[in-house]
Design a protein. Structure first.
Length: 148
């Protein structure tokens, strides 16, 4: 997991070949001007979902992991809190290959971090993450999905 300012994503381009494409996309695009939905950057291997989600309590938010894709999550209008637990420390659960997600209802993060607008959280397959924690009625956010 990486927590940092969005402008520092360029410092991580060596970690994944698609990061450079995301940096270029961010330089040319105002995320707040995009409509909700999926916006392709490089087909199904690199895209961004713009969405609104209701802020949840730590108890309501669901822990999840991915196998094929990593997430770069960016809150756009409100602070968002993420729970974190290493994937190896999570209990066995059913993987949905079609959606590339394993959900762990009722599992609370071992630790929590806050992202403010202007920051990002990068979650790799080894990072269990519990997104959407916050008091906001609506968290407007961008979630980049990037092939590992």
């Amino acid at each position: 997991m990486i927590i940092d300012k969005i402008e520092n994503l360029k410092n991580y381009v060596s970690l994944n070949p698609y990061f450079a494409k995301v940096v270029e996309f961010l330089e040319k695009t105002d995320l707040n001007s995009l409509e909700n939905g999926k916006h392709e950057i490089d087909g199904k291997d690199c895209f961004v979902n713009i969405m609104d989600t209701k802020g949840k309590t730590k108890e309501e938010a669901v822990m999840e992991t991915h196998v094929r894709m990593l997430d770069i999550q960016i809150p756009l209008n409100e602070d968002e809190i993420y729970g974190y637990t290493p994937t190896v420390d999570l209990p066995a659960a059913e993987y949905n290959a079609e959606k590339d997600v394993t959900k762990y209802p009722g599992v609370m993060g071992e630790s929590f971090c806050v992202c403010h607008p202007g920051m990002m959280a990068i979650f790799f397959p080894e990072d269990g993450h519990q997104p959407c924690i916050g008091s906001a009625e609506s968290i407007h956010k961008a979630v980049f999905k990037i092939k590992c």
